[in-house]
Design a protein around this ligand. Sequence first.
Ligand code: TYD
Length: 133
Amino acid sequence: MDIKKIDFQKHGDDRGMLVVAEYEKEIPFIVKRIYYIYDADSDTKRGFHSHKNLQQIYIAIHGSCKVKLTDGKEQQIICLDNQAEGLYIGHNVWREIYDFSSDCVLLVLASEKYSEDDYIRTYEQFEQSQVNS
Ligand code: TYD
């Protein structure tokens, strides 16, 4: 499955922490868009889609959440609870996001501008696209 955890650069000193993620070091694509999710209830479930081309990096810059991922063959559940760590998700990966802590801020770096055409929003369509690929 085209996912991986990425450790960002941590520069901590007695003034606090500074975390860096840079193109071609930790980020393998040019970031064309960012968005973030916060104020999600603990019983909220989001995502439930895959992307045809989009690559993303999820970062829980505050609090925690879980991400369930599958490419139709294998499945993984990743807990995001570290501000200095990103979860890279390539295209053709189905994701569900849940178990948000009340203080969770989930920052998403995206390789493309928003395009609804890039989304696969039903699991049946996703399975079909995996069979055809
Ligand atoms: P949605 O895809 O439902 O979020 P999630 O995948 O986290 O469940 O997006 C919520 C709304 O925000 C929906 O109306 C589409 C809109 N949206 C944009 O306009 N631009 C964006 O970059 C994103 C990610 C969403």
